[in-house]
Ligand binder design. Structure first.
Ligand SMILES: [Zn+2]
Length: 109
């Protein structure tokens, strides 16, 4: 499946329920690098979120473009945090392995 196709299948999730943690990195990166898909995202976001606002007549802000950019920025930050978390997790696992090996070696001496 092409990246654009994958992105477009995720559009609806982004607008309605949100994106799975494992897909965030792909989604944010593609939105930043593919102009066509970003435009598609913008249009979908405006139509869906905009209509929802009108129905509710909430009087809330209509700066949908700004909100979309803010949401993407939040996702990007989340993606960074997840990446760091995974790196720390790997480091902890490696250290635990080293400790286990050291304990075995010490036990054998
Ligand atoms: Zn694309």
């Amino acid at each position: 499946m092409s990246a654009c196709r994958k992105f477009q299948q995720m559009l609806n999730d982004f607008i309605t329920v949100g994106i799975n943690d494992e897909d965030i990195d792909f989604f944010v990166r593609h939105a930043k690098n593919c102009k066509d898909c970003y435009e598609e995202l913008e249009i979908n976001y405006m139509v869906n979120v905009g209509l929802d606002r009108i129905e509710r007549d909430s009087g809330a802000s209509f700066d949908l473009k700004g909100q979309l950019e803010k949401r993407l920025k939040q996702l990007e930050e989340r993606s960074d945090r997840l990446y760091k978390f995974n790196v720390y997790k790997k480091i902890v696992c490696i250290m635990a392995d080293i400790c286990a090996v050291a304990a075995i070696v010490l036990f054998l001496i």
